[in-house]
Design a protein around this ligand. Structure first.
Ligand code: ADP
Length: 495
């Protein structure tokens, strides 16, 4: 099986969220199962050096923006072969993958990611400058969605194409005039194609033209076929229901395990839970300027600051939560209004609220280890990784029961406590009152002591490793033949 896995971010080379973690660890798990994997991403600033990549081919100049090169290197952790799309004008910039340093979207994101998609498609074709050709192409999110459309537009032989939705809210919708500029015939710009409310939608291109669709949790797979969660694409998805499945993301326990985590002042496994948590909590409190009080419940948040993540709900409940004596340590960045509001809260409540606006891998790990509760009041959550990591660190998640949060956290109900399946606290409605009540319930457990350690132990025992998910992706790949034909069930798959 020769798999080309295309993503706009791959940890640790470029990361803005969970997609990067998945794009590193899923291909690594597939590689361990014998799949011949190549990764493809853009050569953002510094990536070629980190991946020790060298130019191996010219890719041409499809949109008249100048030549691009293909670089070949390897993923620094898994060692998987990595191809980089090198077009310095488009990708070698100071700032993030999608936004400049001030947080504004790059104005040419359409051309940047159309070129990434074009390159992914090109590498699957006879015209590819490389001898290695995939018999499966795995695309991720809107940034690579057009690859599925290019392969259809060009016709002829192509690999089976899988498209994974990591978040329906990001769609890559652009002006219709791009259709010919990107080399597509107008016949693709229809309701049955990638037209979406008068724009060219890169997400819809993936949804319509890929052979199989996946998303990152079973609950989200159902939710996105409804108007409340489909962001206008629910009809398209319902029409493709038989090709859509939800496969829960995994956690990379080589990166996220408190027993071996190099970022922690003190490592711990289930047997050192009490001392380990206490030491990490004290370190977080003192590093962030919080009162070093072991009895104060420490609530942690590691999140993009956005409406999706329910950060406005968090702001709304903070006055009441703080009155109860809890502390908050928040790491995040995003919406400017939310950044300012949380910074103001920290300034008003020194010793009780610490806010770090920005991105810090090390602090994310230390908060996971030092916190008592991790808060995720997301309005929708395709999978969510932070709560899965929190379980392993014995930091009990408080989550809205949606998407992957519903699939990974078991609420501490009376029954679940009795049969030892509870791992956290879940609330049903994304409202401030439901969230506040859930935090108070969780804090009640923390303070009473009863059930607290067994709950933490139960959480730490959960196994969301990649093995199960990788096996499901393999089954899906095996169900596909080149050109999207289904594998014949009588014949053994020999991909
Ligand atoms: P999403 O992809 O929607 O942002 P996930 O929960 O799937 O949310 O993944 C979030 C990932 O990003 C986790 O690995 C988390 O640790 C990380 N993360 C989020 N915000 C920050 C931040 N400010 N600093 C460091 N890591 C962060």
């Amino acid at each position: 099986m020769r798999l080309l896995f295309a993503s706009s971010e791959i940890y640790p080379l470029a990361k803005t969220g969970g997609l990067a973690d998945v794009a590193a660890s899923l291909p690594a798990a597939l590689g361990r199962r014998g799949v011949d994997v190549r990764l493809l991403m853009p050569a953002y600033a510094g990536v070629a050096v980190a991946a020790e990549a060298k130019a191996v081919a010219r890719l041409g100049n499809p949109f008249g923006l100048g030549d691009s090169l293909l670089l070949e290197g390897h993923h620094p952790d898994s060692g998987n072969k990595l191809w980089l799309l090198d077009h310095p004008i488009l990708f070698n910039r100071a700032g993030g993958p999608y936004q400049d340093a001030a947080g504004a979207d790059w104005p040419d994101n359409d051309m940047r990611f159309a070129l990434l998609a074009w390159t992914a498609a090109r590498l699957c074709r006879a015209e590819s400058p490389m001898a290695w050709k995939p018999n499966l192409l795995h695309l991720n999110d809107w940034q690579t969605g057009l690859a599925a459309a290019y392969l259809r537009a060009w016709g002829g032989a192509r690999p089976g194409v899988v498209f994974t939705i990591h978040n329906m809210a990001y769609q890559g919708n652009f002006a219709a005039e791009r259709v010919p500029q990107l080399g597509f015939p107008w016949s693709f710009y229809t309701m049955q194609g990638f037209e979406f409310w008068g724009r060219l939608s890169c997400l819809k291109a993936g949804l319509v033209f890929a052979d199989k669709l996946t998303t990152v949790s079973p609950t989200y797979a159902g939710e996105i076929q409804t108007p409340s969660f489909g962001f206008g694409m629910d009809g398209v998805l319902a029409g493709r229901a038989k090709d859509l499945s939800g496969i829960l993301n995994g956690a990379d326990y080589k990166v996220w395990d408190p027993a071996i985590d190099p970022h922690l002042p003190q490592r711990y496994g289930p047997d050192q839970l009490v001392d380990g948590k206490a030491a990490n909590k004290a370190a977080v409190q003192s590093d962030l300027g919080l009162d070093t009080n072991p009895a104060a419940p420490l609530l942690v948040v590691i999140s993009r600051l956005s409406d999706q993540k329910g950060m406005d709900l968090l702001l709304a409940v903070m006055p009441a939560v703080l009155r109860s004596g809890a502390q908050l340590a928040l790491l995040g960045s995003g919406d400017k209004g939310l950044e300012d509001a949380f910074s103001a809260l920290a300034a008003a409540r020194p010793g009780q609220v610490a806010v770090h606006i920005g991105y810090s891998e090390g602090l994310a790990h230390r908060l996971q280890a030092g916190g008592d509760l991790l808060l995720m009041p997301s309005r929708f959550e395709p999978c969510g990784l932070s709560q899965i990591y929190a379980l392993r660190y014995g930091t009990l998640p408080v989550v809205h029961g949606t998407g992957g949060l519903a699939d990974t956290v078991v609420d501490a109900t009376f029954d679940a406590l009795l049969n030892r399946t509870a791992t956290g606290f879940v609330f049903d409605q994304p409202t401030a009152s439901a969230f506040q009540w859930c935090i108070e319930r969780a804090v009640g457990f923390f303070r009473s002591g009863e059930h607290w350690r067994p709950l933490q132990r139960q959480a730490m025992q959960q196994d969301f490793g990649w093995d199960q998910a990788a096996a499901r992706y393999l089954d899906l790949y095996r169900s596909l033949r080149p050109n999207g034909a289904p594998a014949k069930s009588r014949r053994k798959a020999h991909l």
